[in-house]
Design a protein around this ligand. Sequence first.
Ligand SMILES: C[S@@+](CC[C@H](N)C(=O)[O-])C[C@H]1O[C@@H](n2cnc3c(N)ncnc32)[C@H](O)[C@@H]1O
Length: 286
Amino acid sequence: MKQEYSLISSAPKPFVKWAGGKRQLLPIITKHVPQKFERYFEPFLGGGAVFFNLAYKRRDTKWLLSDLNSDLVLSYVTIRDRVKELISALESHSTSYFKNQSSYYYKIRESEPKGQIEKVSRLLFLNKTCFNGLYRVNSKGKFNVPLGKYVNPNIVSKENLIAVSEILQSRDISIKCQDFEGALKNATEGDFVYLDPPYHPVSETSNFTSYTNGSFDYGDQERLYAKFKALDKKGVKILLSNSKSEEIIDLFKEFSDNVIEINANRFINSVSQRRTGHTELLIKNY
Ligand SMILES: C[S@@+](CC[C@H](N)C(=O)[O-])C[C@H]1O[C@@H](n2cnc3c(N)ncnc32)[C@H](O)[C@@H]1O
């Protein structure tokens, strides 16, 4: 397949800081991406680090992106379709924030806007100003992270939002809010799937599963394994990230010849001592 570099003004990168974001691991992950594929599926999209990196370099691919977090999916759609209005709303948040950081932050955190621009600008504003840039909601779906300690957060990131908007408009992309199983229903031979689910916890305390107000439990990891097997049978190429935990190693033992261990840093963790290197896994079927 021919690879062309696009004319997009600058390389787009994730517009949200997301737990489990893959920016730091891009060199190793992209090394394992197959050279040729017809369609790209990323059903745990999050901040989309891997997608942005690949889509910047490839034009003739169809991109099927999805995530279960509806606010996140709405953000992608809004950046694609209404980026100018979004930038204006973020500029207004930025001005008000710098007048009185704490009171403005909590006022916006407590607000429940209904309009598209208001909802998305709220998410991006909170993501840039909250503690550790962590998107976390409680069991009622309410964002509950305290104010961060940033001196001068870049709330607007105009150039990147424009680059993201341009790439979302110029590629053949579908972006949906759905569970991974539905998203992968039509994947077939010749397609490539990158799976980056919420990781199976390696210890009781490291459990981070609150990207949405549901949680991703061991039953979901088994469901994911069943999907991995079914896609493998169909001849789909699959690359999966997950924790180096006993349960995951055991679940994927049939693919143990294609397991790569990588050293990663977890930056999103409120206990700073835990921001040390740890090992995680890449599992392939090719
Ligand atoms: C590890 S994060 C992905 C990180 C992403 N690769 C990045 O670079 O930012 C996992 C994502 O899976 C989503 N998710 C959780 N449960 C899901 C499900 N059942 N189906 C699809 N997506 C789900 C979460 O909303 C979250 O965005």
